[in-house]
Design a protein around this ligand. Structure first.
Ligand SMILES: [Fe+2]
Length: 269
């Protein structure tokens, strides 16, 4: 599983704060309230994962901030592609970035406690890959609803485009969204496509994050297999020299074997 160093956690956090400073007007009420909210939630937000299961996305310490930055970047790219293929952009960059930044805010938890807590059931960790589980001590709310609650608590106003984009970020993966997104009467359909752009960005970023996790896992497995093969080859080489398996006597082979063993399993001394 991916592990971020303390320096990487700090770097991602600084990037996130810089996006806020670059996007929202200096001295505006919205920027000030956002910075206050981020300051108040910093300790939890910087550590939060983006999901609870290994095969989902960015299920590691710092995964939330990494995912949010990824979605902002992806949303800007999708917006550009959308316009280049003839789509009409009837929202602002600020609305797009604001919605991408906060689509998962509810995953940070409520005012007092985190949403994701470590899974302490060993069976569920090993069998189901649940690294985290949802905290049942906080009120049960949908993630977008908690996001909108937190924003209003800190006095951060959302316009209707942003409200719908945050609320509908999961697209039709959330059945509750069919009311807004599966509409066959044009007069009731969404007035612009920002919610779809945010959903596409979230979904696409999530797929890429899954690929990254899977590749990382496969790389780790390949590396382990290659080391095991190295140990076997050393043993076979030694056995060939001696005709039959026996205790290591050649100091070069003996040391090589020990180095590989230590590399694989660590120095236990
Ligand atoms: Fe997300």
């Amino acid at each position: 599983m991916k592990q971020l160093s303390e320096a990487q956690l700090k770097e991602n956090w600084d990037k996130l704060i810089q996006v806020i400073k670059d996007t929202f007007e200096d001295g505006s009420e919205r920027r000030e309230n956002l910075l206050r909210m981020y300051h108040d939630l910093e300790d939890r937000m910087i550590m939060a994962p983006a999901s609870g299961k290994e095969e989902y996305h960015y299920c590691h310490v710092g995964g939330y901030v990494e995912h949010v930055l990824h979605v902002v970047d992806t949303a800007l790219k999708i917006q550009e592609t959308y316009e280049s293929i003839g789509g009409h952009k009837d929202w602002t960059d600020e609305e797009l970035i604001f919605s991408a930044l906060h689509h998962d805010l509810g995953k940070v938890g409520d005012l007092n406690d985190e949403y994701y807590v470590p899974q302490d059931n060993d069976w569920r960790r090993k069998t189901l890959g649940e690294v985290y589980t949802s905290n049942t001590d906080i009120p049960n709310m949908r993630v977008p609803d908690r996001a909108l609650f937190l924003l209003q608590h800190f006095g951060v106003k959302c316009n209707v485009n942003e409200t719908l984009a945050i609320k509908l970020a999961d697209g039709l993966y959330d059945e509750a969204n069919t009311y807004y997104m599966k509409v066959y009467d044009a007069s009731r359909s969404l007035k612009n496509h920002l919610p779809n752009i945010i959903h596409f960005a979230d979904h696409m970023a999530t797929l890429a994050e899954f690929d990254e996790w899977k590749r990382g896992d496969e790389d780790e497995k390949e590396e382990m297999e290659s080391k095991i093969e190295n140990i076997k080859s050393v043993t076979v080489e030694k056995d060939k020299q001696n005709g039959v398996p026996q205790e290591h006597e050649d100091p070069i082979l003996e040391n090589k074997h020990k180095d590989l063993f230590d590399e694989l399993f660590g120095d236990k001394s």
